[in-house]
Design a protein. Structure first.
Length: 376
């Protein structure tokens, strides 16, 4: 490798080292706010200090830190960060003192003047004296800069250590995921059983009735068969309606084709009760989140019609900061059971998407069901 090739390669290294040292040294500007956050630990200031710390560490190594440590670890992280920033302040003060001493000695050696810091009289500090201090001074400067580099490494490792979940948290998360998976499987099985029951008790019975009507038409002859044919046509229409209902409860094709807003409009049109929609027009690209939101709305509407004795329903959909929020409110009698089959099923569906479902249904109403679902 030629010297021309080595020069460009060394520039990024020098730049990274300077960025690391500068980012670590700038941490002393955050020391007062960090100390205040450690002592008081109010949520808002601590959050802002954490954001500033994450931004500074990202500036040091270029690695984004978008997810802060858990709230219960905030005080510990900020306390260690304040301690490291205090050490940085001491190192910088030592470097500054060394520079002051060096400048005074150079000035004294050049002009023959005194060094007030050492109480040295004029002419006592010569170039030989300066030479004796050069090597120890350079060694101390190297150690100070190495200390800044070590603190930069410690700050990053501290952040990672406090952000990383512990063994107990991982065990709890595994248990939660297993429980959620079991609940999702149970919800899917319950939905399948409901579809089978709807087909058996609804569509199948209508098909049997239709076959009986057609047999009677066949036996009655052309003259007396007209009323029976009209009844058969009506029964056929009922069968088609039941099949559409089953299909919509299974998975509405419009949701996949036209999106959540169109699917909710179709749901509103299929319900005899007044349903008011307030849907954010922001497009949603996460189909899984849309699907979960739709089934939350569908189940909530079904519960309101069957159990709440409601006269109107309001469905609101909002997207903000990567979260899809769907809220369903009815003016019924309240008392909805969050542990019931329908609501627990959609709660499991929402939990499978790392979302949360809340049910507020006091006696006398109103009932408000809200799901907050992360979406890409």
């Amino acid at each position: 490798m030629t010297s021309a090739d080595a020069a460009p390669a060394s520039r990024p290294i020098v730049r990274d080292v300077l960025r690391m040292l500068g980012g670590t040294a700038s941490g002393i500007t955050q020391l007062p706010a960090t100390v205040v956050a450690v002592v008081t630990t109010p949520r808002a200031p601590a959050s802002r200090v954490l954001d500033a710390l994450a931004a500074r560490l990202t500036g040091v190594d270029g690695i984004p830190r978008r997810t802060p440590p858990p709230a219960r670890r905030t005080r510990g992280l900020l306390a260690l960060s304040a301690l490291l920033q205090l050490v940085v302040l001491c190192i910088l003060l030592l470097i500054a003192a060394g520079l002051v001493v060096g400048v005074q000695m150079l000035a004294a050696a050049t002009t023959g003047g005194p060094v007030d810091l050492f109480s040295a009289r004029p002419g006592r500090v010569t170039w030989a004296t300066v030479g004796l201090f050069v090597v120890p001074g350079l060694v101390l400067l190297f150690l100070a800069l190495s200390g800044l580099g070590g603190i930069a490494w410690l700050e990053r490792r501290t952040w990672d250590a406090f952000q990383r979940p512990g063994a107990g948290e991982l065990s709890q998360e595994v248990v939660r995921l297993h429980t959620t998976l079991d609940e999702v499987v149970d919800a899917v099985d319950a939905e399948r059983r409901r579809i089978e029951r709807d087909i058996h008790d609804g569509v199948q019975q209508r098909v049997v009735a239709l076959s009986i009507l057609l047999a009677r038409v066949e036996r009655s002859g052309a003259v007396d068969g007209a009323p029976l044919l009209r009844t058969a046509r009506d029964e056929t229409q009922h069968i088609l309606d039941d099949l559409r209902d089953v299909a919509w409860r299974t998975y509405p094709e419009m949701l996949q084709r036209d999106g959540l807003a169109a699917a909710l409009e179709a749901l509103r049109d299929r319900v005899a009760m007044p349903v008011h929609l307030d849907v954010d027009p922001t497009p949603i690209t996460d189909r899984a989140a849309e699907t979960a939101a739709y089934f939350v709305a569908s189940e909530a509407v079904t519960n309101a019609i069957k159990h709440a004795q409601a006269t109107s329903i309001t469905i609101g959909v909002r997207t903000d900061a990567g979260l899809l929020t769907v809220a369903i409110e009815d003016d019924g009698v309240g008392g909805a059971d969050a542990s019931g089959t329908g609501l627990s099923g959609i709660a499991s569906r929402v939990a499978a998407r790392d979302g949360r479902l809340s049910v507020h249904s006091p006696a006398g109403g109103p009932t408000v069901i809200e799901a907050v679902i992360p979406c890409a």
